[in-house]
Write a protein that binds this ligand. Structure first.
Ligand SMILES: [Zn+2]
Length: 508
């Protein structure tokens, strides 16, 4: 936490310093939280909120007023929500911020969102696309008509990627028009339209007008409803390049969503050129990251998903230059370039999900998980971060888990049937694997005890389930407090069991 000298520093300077700090440390939001005894300033960095500074109660009002003043809000009003913006140059930095004030029971809460699209202007090749994905993006941007969709949840960097593509297309021979809600960054040479549903200026309405403006490239901020989806497809069919975003998890998911939005199959199969799915994972701090051997479980995943034998991975440590071992975020990508085979399947009413899935992933499409794990191998992020970012229920990943399960079962069977001759060189592996299995069983047992307090005995099936939860155990162990809690719980369980026993004996 930073300590500001509120007694000797003018409030104007303090507010400037807070904003400059946020901008320098690439914070996405600054929160001014009124609390009972103080105002807490927090900043969101790499997706997580951190305490920044405490403001003594007596300076709270002045500080809030200053922020509202530079955001061009009504400073005499604090009972209703207000929106504002800060645009200007502070300390040589050009800043673009959106500000919101909300009356709460403790006072007025103000949140400043820093819009930093400087990365979009650095060029699309700085966004962390793998070489093969970058090639596909280049090919996609060369096609003069059709739809390119960028998908992902809120806050996954969709806008940065979309703006980067738009910047790449922004040449003097193209007429580019956007319809956005909100317009997140002003780009020189592009006509940007802000949606305003209050006066009937919806995505669909603006799009109809845009089509009469002789556009080459149209950016639709987001496809939210079927009307917008249908106009987007028709615009693409009639010779325009359409860029847009949609809130889905993966390429496969996106096709299904569009079909659900009543987009005609034959139109979609012709119009859609590519889908870029994206997630964010925190980047390891290059200064303090540390190598460690991969666990068996991780090894299995690397071998199954990447076909690589990965012996070491990096883990976060933490230093003065980073936030608990992480600094910044990197995008994980899945880029689908639509092939004729996929187009045919989309057009075919009888195509089932599995067929489509195979066509999408059996080609040269790298899944989000594969891209993420490759970035773990390269030491950019961690196994845990990728697992947090990529959907665990992902079909492919499910298949892998099933296979691991089968393998484990098989191993168990062999162990029981074979008589081990330790002098036999061929059985050397079995000897090791037996030891390994014992270790896994011990850990799984511990984990199972933690998870199912009333179920101390562990069956074969439980072992597999517990094995899947090993990741969690590791995290728990690192977290000292949780460990203590678990200890206490274990203690309680033992005591309860003892009590039960005692009671039974008394009854007898
Ligand atoms: Zn560090």
């Amino acid at each position: 936490m930073i300590e500001y000298d509120f007694v000797n520093t003018p409030i104007v300077d303090i507010v400037n310093r807070i904003i400059i700090y946020a901008s320098q440390h690439k914070a996405s939001d600054i929160h001014f939280d009124p609390r009972e005894d103080c105002m807490m300033i927090r900043m969101r960095m790499d997706g997580r909120l951190n305490d920044h500074a405490k403001v003594p109660k007596m300076y709270e009002k002045n500080l809030a007023t200053r922020v509202k003043l530079i955001s061009k809000m009504n400073i005499t009003e604090s009972r209703v929500p207000q929106d504002g913006a800060i645009k200007g140059i502070i300390d040589g930095r050009e800043l673009d911020m959106r500000v919101s004030a909300l009356p709460t029971n403790e006072g007025e809460k103000i949140v400043v969102r820093l819009l930093d699209y400087s990365q979009s202007l650095d060029g699309i090749d700085t966004l962390g696309f793998s070489a093969s994905n970058m090639k596909k993006i280049d090919r996609l941007l060369e096609i003069p008509n059709g739809i390119i969709l960028v998908t992902g949840a809120t806050g996954t960097g969709k806008s940065t990627t979309t703006y980067s593509m738009l910047s790449a297309l922004n040449t003097e021979d193209r007429n580019i028009i956007t319809v956005e809600d909100p317009v997140e960054m002003n780009i020189e040479g592009i006509n940007q339209v802000q949606v305003n549903s209050e006066i009937g200026l919806t995505f669909a309405n603006v799009l109809r007008s845009i089509l009469r403006q002789d556009p080459d490239v149209i950016l639709i901020g987001e496809i939210r409803d079927s009307e917008t989806a249908q106009i987007a497809v028709r615009a693409a069919i009639t010779g325009h390049l359409v860029l847009s975003t949609i809130h889905t998890n993966s390429a496969l998911n996106t096709i299904e969503r569009l079909l659900d939005m009543d987009v005609e199959r034959y139109l979609l199969s012709t119009a859609l050129n590519g889908i870029v799915s994206q997630k964010l994972a925190r980047t390891l701090c290059p200064k303090c990251k540390k190598k460690r051997p991969t666990t068996n479980y991780e090894k299995e995943i690397f071998s199954q998903i990447l076909g690589q034998d990965v012996k070491e991975v990096y883990e976060p440590v933490g230093c003065d230059d980073c936030n608990r071992g992480y600094r910044g975020r990197i995008a994980l990508h899945e880029v689908l370039f639509l092939t004729d085979a996929i187009r045919e399947l989309i057009n075919d009413e009888n195509t089932d999900k599995e067929k489509l899935r195979q066509a999408v992933y059996d080609g040269d499409t790298t899944t989000l998980l594969q891209d993420g794990l490759q970035k773990v191998v390269e030491g950019l992020t961690t196994f845990k971060e990728v697992y947090r970012a990529v959907d665990i229920d992902f079909d492919l990943e499910r298949k892998i888990r099933k296979e691991i399960r089968a393998k484990e079962k098989e191993k168990g069977k062999k162990e029981n049937l074979e008589v081990i001759d330790f002098n036999d060189e061929e059985n050397e592996n079995v000897k090791i694997s037996e030891k390994e299995i014992k270790r896994i069983k011990d850990r799984a047992k511990k984990d199972a005890e933690k998870k199912y307090r009333k179920k101390p005995a562990i069956k074969d099936n439980d072992l597999i389930d517990a094995f899947e939860g090993l990741e969690q155990t590791e995290e728990d162990n690192k977290d000292g407090k949780k460990k203590e809690d678990n200890k206490d719980k274990a203690k309680e369980t033992k005591e309860e069991a003892k009590e039960d026993k005692d009671n039974k004996e008394k009854k007898k």
